[in-house]
Write a protein of this length. Structure first.
Length: 744
């Protein structure tokens, strides 16, 4: 039989609980239902007797911590009954033992205390489960996922208050590792959240305490400096405000004044930003004048105060901030001026009314937007909505009905390492696989979601922990485009399919050339292009795709090739015009190019690397070129003006390597020229004779079509380098009737 470990209270803790409970009851008693107090006491006692409530990893008593947090949400945020009950019940729910004879569930909470309390507890429970997945809390995605899991805004407000309370209590803990982790979370996650919600006081406290625990020396250095200069600061403030008080009193204004020293964290950030010591930070404090007046006289009396101060002290117009005439987007209202006080020191003065100060002090309109916190569309609109509800005291009741539905269009999932990825709603395992890497996506066979194996078609949901499963035999397919949701995955699938088709097309091409050799048929690329067109294909890629899928029979292609070849061979080559001209292959040189012995330097002066010349632009020696690392690991050389260059640089800039020609050998390169001109008699002979006269040029094929007195044709030529090519183009352009000669 298992021994129940019952939480033991120290005398100090008993005194704390009595005092905290009395204070809390006094503040929220009017909002409690008749049986709330008795039910809560009964539930806590039962949880304690069953050993469901235990000290946390810092040795803190959860009941004491819950009371402290509950007072924080009441005093600093203004929440009441539902939030307080949820905070008090949370330790019982989360610490429940599986062996406990008493079941305490969300359903029971709903029935006993109402759905609002149950909703808050459910949100806290989900976030606790989220933390168990060891996420990377520094990421913006985790903050957004945290908010989407909360379900009720009060969950986030409670978590911020709970973290402030925890940071207050762990000062003397011996668990340094846990203390460090909690402090980092406060700095990276909870302080920015408090800032965005306008909880300025809580945000400042979180930042100061995290600095104290994470950068001990910096914190105490600034604290000691502030303490050492406190008397001088206080004396200066007295000298500064005394004449102002006299003038404002004489004007009949009701007001009070206070000085506000910058937080230690804020001073430290300014020291780092300005790269200066403590003495270099001049605006350590600001004077706040808070006027007590009816709403209809607020602007009048604020401007009256402004006039009195600027009459007494010289103001800096560049530092004037008027959020009275036009309040900030979050509702913040105040007048900020900077004046030159005694001893020629600049002092910031903030002028506002009691109502304005209450809003700012409670944090609901803190200066989050002008402090450089980025706007995030829907997120900021949602937080602003909460802020507006909090600004209006009557909005506290509306808070009970508030449900969050911001993230209907976004989901957040975990990788096995705890990283968070964001996807649109409806995204699948395949989307995530391609988000990680193209190779992972193309090899994806499924995933393990929350330790359950699923197919790659499985839709993802927020909070899922996803491990992608792959296979070396998997290949991307056309139907995958209907499975993915993101444009990124769709583009990668299209590219993967295209690359696969190109590889398969190359294999089919080699197989066809082998069949041609076996039948002693000379294979000519130009003639093959004519065959492709005769078979009804506009793109060679479609032709080779059908060969790969066996939609088109190889024998049919060979038969059509022989038919066209024999038809051309029987034509008289002594043509008189381009309209009648078809060049017999026997007239063309059958020489193959020399093995490439030109020297190409790739990357950081690397020579001897294996490379291939790209067929899309057919670079030759002397062309400005660059290298592109293919998916197979090889390097393809493209011309700088290759038609595909811009797209490759935009999408795959990381795969581009430098390349340049370094040494000339005897290699010949295949280039194709497009020629357009008038179909004059003898024009073809004139063109071919220019090439035949140059012994270093080899004409591989010529293809010419004539229509209505104009001819368009292509000539495939073997040539040594681009200098010789430029010379050839100039000569061809001099032929009478030629209108255009360009390399393709």
């Amino acid at each position: 039989m298992t021994t129940i470990d019952i939480l033991q209270f120290t005398p100090e803790e008993r005194q704390q609980i009595t005092a905290l409970y009395a204070e809390l009851k006094r503040k929220i008693a009017p909002t409690l239902a008749v049986d709330d107090e008795e039910r809560l006491r009964s539930q806590l006692l039962m949880a304690l007797e069953e050993g469901r409530v235990q000290r946390d990893l810092f040795g803190l008593n959860p009941i004491v911590s819950s009371l402290q947090t509950a007072l924080l949400v009441v005093d600093e945020i203004g929440l009441r009954r539902d939030a307080v009950l949820a905070v008090m019940l949370y330790p019982c729910l989360m610490q429940r033992s599986e062996a406990s004879p008493t079941t305490f569930t969300i359903e029971e909470v709903n029935a006993t205390y109402g759905s609002a309390v149950g909703r808050i507890l459910h949100g806290l429970q989900r976030i606790q489960e989220l933390y168990k997945k060891n996420p990377v809390i520094e990421s913006e995605n985790f903050r957004n996922l945290l908010l989407s899991f909360a379900e009720d805004m009060r969950v986030i407000l409670i978590m911020i208050a709970d973290r402030v309370n925890l940071m207050r209590q762990i000062r003397d803990t011996k668990n340094e590792e846990a203390k460090h982790r909690v402090s980092e979370e406060a700095a990276y996650l909870y302080a920015p959240l408090a800032h965005k919600l306008g909880l300025y006081k809580l945000k400042s406290e979180l930042e100061d305490l995290s600095l104290k625990y994470l950068e001990h020396d910096a914190y105490y250095h600034i604290k000691e400096k502030l303490n050492a200069t406190k008397k001088a600061r206080d004396a200066y403030i007295d000298r500064f405000i005394k004449p102002i008080e006299e003038k404002l009193t004489a004007a009949g204004l009701k007001f009070h004044m206070k000085g506000r020293t910058k937080s230690i964290h804020s001073i430290w950030q300014k020291m780092k930003k300005q790269k200066c010591g403590f003495e270099g930070v001049y605006d350590l404090f600001a004077i706040r004048i808070i006027i007590d007046c009816p709403p209809e006289k607020e602007k009048q009396q604020c401007w009256q105060t402004f006039a009195i101060i600027t009459d007494m002290y010289t103001s800096n117009p560049k530092r004037m901030r008027d959020w009275l005439s036009v309040p900030k987007s979050n509702g913040y209202e105040s007048l900020h001026i900077t004046v030159l006080g005694p001893e020629q020191k600049w002092v910031e003065v903030q002028i506002r009314t009691e109502r304005m100060d209450e809003v700012a002090e409670r944090g609901v309109a803190a200066h989050w937007r002008y402090k450089g916190v980025k706007a995030e569309g829907g997120m900021d609109e949602w937080l602003n909505g909460i802020r507006q509800m909090l600004e209006d005291n009557s909005g506290m009741e509306a808070m009970d009905e508030f449900r969050m539905d911001l993230y209907d269009d976004e989901i957040y999932v975990f990788t096995p390492k705890g990283d968070l990825l964001k996807f649109p709603k409806g995204a699948t395992v395949l989307d995530m696989a391609y988000h990680i890497h193209s190779k992972v996506g193309s090899a994806c066979t499924g995933a393990r979601i929350n330790n359950k194996v699923v197919t790659f078609r499985q839709e993802l949901h927020s909070g899922d922990q996803v491990e992608i499963l792959t296979s070396s035999t998997q290949r991307p397919k056309q139907e995958w485009l209907n499975i993915v949701k993101t444009s990124r995955a769709r583009a990668k699938i299209r590219l993967a399919i295209k690359e696969t088709q190109q590889k398969e097309a190359l294999l089919v091409k080699e197989m066809m050339e082998r069949k041609f050799r076996n039948r002693h048929i000379e294979h000519d690329e130009g003639l093959m292009m004519r065959v492709i067109r005769k078979l009804g294909y506009k793109e060679s890629s479609d032709f080779y795709r059908d060969l790969v899928s066996e939609t088109l029979d190889v024998q049919t292609v060979i038969d059509k090739y022989v038919e066209i070849q024999q038809g051309e061979n029987s034509t008289d080559v002594q043509t008189r015009s381009a309209e009648e001209f078809v060049l017999d292959n026997s007239q063309l040189s059958t020489l193959t190019p020399h093995p490439s012995d030109d020297v190409l330097v790739i990357g950081q002066d690397l020579k001897g690397l294996d490379f291939h010349l790209a067929h899309c632009c057919n670079p030759i020696y002397g062309d400005p070129v660059f290298g592109f690392v293919t998916t197979g690991g090889g390097i393809k050389i493209h011309r700088q003006d290759c038609p595909n260059a811009a797209e490759m640089r935009r999408r795959f800039g990381y795969r581009i390597v430098k390349a340049r020609w370094s040494g000339k050998g005897s290699s010949q390169y295949q280039i194709t020229l497009r020629i357009i001109g008038n179909d004059d008699l003898g024009i073809v002979n004139n063109l071919t004779s220019i090439i035949s006269k140059d012994e270093k040029l080899v004409l591989r094929s010529i293809n010419i079509d004539s229509n209505d007195g104009l001819f368009r044709g292509t000539m495939t030529i073997m040539i040594n380098d681009n200098t010789r090519l430029e010379t050839l183009i100039k000569k061809l352009r001099t032929v009478r009737g030629v209108k255009q000669v360009e390399r393709i």
